[in-house]
Design a binder for this molecule. Structure first.
Ligand SMILES: Cc1cc2nc3c(=O)[nH]c(=O)nc-3n(C[C@H](O)[C@H](O)[C@H](O)COP(=O)(O)O)c2cc1C
Length: 323
């Protein structure tokens, strides 16, 4: 059911969130998600505490910058050191975050090797200290985004659930895959339900939500809300579409022409943010396959965009295909 979401001292009108996606979730993406979709909030991609403390200027455009007209933002931090996390939490609170999340799900080797991301899931005492460090340094709602391990019954998940509760996290996001699992593995809804049943704080279910049926399946775990991730790329209106469909109300999807102009809006905002075309065009090449999802000539469009080097050419390509 779509309903208000109470997270710590904040309430949001809907219980659908746009989750973090490294390489995608910068200000233009979040702004468009807000403009067309109005989720409860959107997340930044994961931000290294160490980098935030040492090279904050370098991080600015991609990780920290906000659009003045975007909705609430959850900044996601990753690290392995409670003191660094405490300082990073203060910095990001002063910067104007609405919520702060700790990444405990990243499966990337470089991150795990530092004792950060999903490796925190096998160190419950450390996880406890990390969350306490955040809670002591901000008045904002604090969350943890985890993956699952083993089967729901195992001690492993119980230890994690206890550490998160005892440390006073305000809510928990569960991506229902193990860190060793790729995206072809379907989400383990039973393990998300395990956390829903264990925790007194709200649990947000995440993984494989892309349509009203997958949304219903996730809500059936009893979770307080859901987090969209990949499906939100290239369809910033997705939250509104899901809300309409679950309430059995009509939703008029944007026409190909409208989708083309939202794609160009995205690219123009990236140019504005980064102050140059080069980076934005590289991003456009990554984004096109998502915006082109429903087009019959998607393959040719993608080939043309991959070969494109400037905005004028990109505009012409879009005029050609998004008709
Ligand atoms: C390209 C990519 C980047 C991601 N970056 C992050 C990230 O920075 N932080 C994070 O917690 N999860 C990240 N995730 C995981 C997603 O937030 C989400 O948990 C996962 O994709 C499952 O949801 P989905 O099946 O709806 O996409 C990333 C996933 C992908 C595919």
């Amino acid at each position: 059911m779509i309903k208000p979401l109470h997270l710590g001292n904040k309430t949001f009108p809907v219980n659908i969130i746009q989750g973090p996606l490294a390489g995608v979730s910068c200000a233009p993406f979040r702004f468009l998600t807000w403009k067309y979709g109005k989720p409860a909030f959107s997340c930044t991609e994961m931000i290294s505490c160490k980098a935030l403390l040492n090279k904050p200027k370098k991080l600015y455009h991609r990780y920290i910058a906000k659009d003045p007209n975007e909705g609430p933002i959850c900044y996601q931090l990753f690290g392995n050191n409670p003191e660094e996390l405490a300082t990073a939490t203060e910095i990001i609170t002063d910067y104007g975050a609405d919520l702060i999340d700790l990444n405990c799900g990243c499966p990337v080797k470089k991150v795990r090797r530092q004792g950060a991301g999903s490796s925190l899931l096998s160190d419950a005492p450390k996880l406890y200290k990390m969350i306490c460090a955040m809670k002591q340094n901000t008045g904002l709602p604090v969350s943890v985004k985890i993956r699952v391990e083993g089967n729901g019954e195992e001690k492993f998940n119980l230890d994690i659930a206890k550490a998160i509760s005892d440390a006073g996290a305000d809510f928990l996001v569960v991506h229902g895959r193990r860190w060793t699992e790729h995206y072809e593995t379907p989400v383990h809804h039973d393990q998300i339900q395990f956390f829903v049943e264990q925790m007194k704080i709200p649990v947000i279910g995440n993984g494989d939500i892309f349509c009203v049926n997958s949304l219903k399946k996730m809500l059936a775990t009893g979770c307080a809300g859901v987090m969209l991730a990949r499906a939100g790329v290239g369809q910033p209106w997705l939250t509104q579409k899901l809300i309409a469909e679950i309430n059995q109300q009509p939703f008029i999807s944007p026409t190909p022409k409208e989708i083309g102009s939202i794609f160009l809006e995205h690219v123009r905002l990236l140019i504005e943010l980064f102050g140059e075309e080069r980076f934005a065009i590289l991003q456009a090449r990554k984004l096109i396959k998502y915006y082109a999802r429903g087009l019959h000539n998607k393959k040719d469009l993608c080939i043309d965009v991959y070969a494109c080097n400037d905005l004028d050419t990109l505009i012409n390509i879009c005029l050609n295909y998004f008709t």
